[in-house]
Design a protein around this ligand. Sequence first.
Ligand code: HEM
Ligand code: HEM
Length: 263
Amino acid sequence: MTNKLEPIERRKRRDPEIKVWDRFVRVHHWLLVLAFATAYLEYKKFPLHPYAGYLISILITARIVWGFVSKGAARFSAFSYRPDEMLAYCRDALAGKASYYYSHNPMGAAMVYALLATLFVTCLLGLLSYSASQQLGPFGALIPDTWEDKLIGAHTLGGHLLAILVACHLGGVIWAAWLHRENYVLAMLTGLRRIPRAIPLPPGAKHPEKPGTAPAFIRTLVVWLNFKRPFVGTLLLMLLIICLLVLPVIHFLVGINKMLPAY
Ligand code: HEM
Ligand code: HEM
């Protein structure tokens, strides 16, 4: 769903906030962030590395199913675009005036598909490597050990490619925050996005009749993070999530690594 190109001034308006990301998408995303950071930053820690990889494999499979069975912005059909729409969006975005979308915008959608596909293939290669090298994991001893070097090589390549994609993903989120004057990280936490009234909403979604009933200090914080300073708010939230959530969780998991049974 899109509307016409909007000037910067319109992006600064007090548009109503509506529920766009369902709970599955939000919980899924932050679990994926934690599992990916653990698998990538602690790839030498076994069995923690395969366990983080199993979690990613389950999450990716579940997200693919959710993309077909869910309703609203999470459905793949809500963020599938023709190549000419993608090109038009890139052109307009580079000129600083991109159209507004209810779900992922065309560039964000391309990144989401690239991440999901690369995560899927990398995990599969990891599972096969684990079977070839350790005879462990769901494939057990099914994979001949003569494949080990090639599989680990391809898996490692996938892992580093993912790190590059994640860096581009974060760059894209920051750029979109600047372009649309909206805090997308906050939206991934609360599910709420600032949707201009002019945007046609999909069935089931509606603009709120009256403002939410959250406590005053939360409202003040949200207004600051999403309306007053959406760009600074995006950078701030990203930093807080990395320092106060991702790094401490990895530290904890590395601490219990030795207690985990190898599988
Ligand atoms: C997206 C998820 C994953 C990422 C980003 C990732 C990343 C990596 C990286 C960067 C390496 C380093 C290779 C090196 O330079 O030594 C590696 C090695 C490895 N990974 Fe993964 N991995 C993931 C999932 C998995 C899964 C699901 C498994 C299997 C259960 C797995 C099993 C292995 C094995 C067996 C090695 C080889 C370790 C060695 O003997 O050198 N990985 N992975
Ligand atoms: C601190 C780090 C991260 C932040 C702040 C972040 C933020 C975001 C935001 C704001 C969105 C929504 C974009 C939109 O509205 O179009 C998003 C979507 C997404 N991100 Fe991240 N991200 C982070 C790390 C990662 C990592 C490490 C991965 C995977 C390896 C990842 C994979 C995804 C995927 C697959 C989506 C699509 C969500 C869906 O439709 O299910 N993100 N991220």
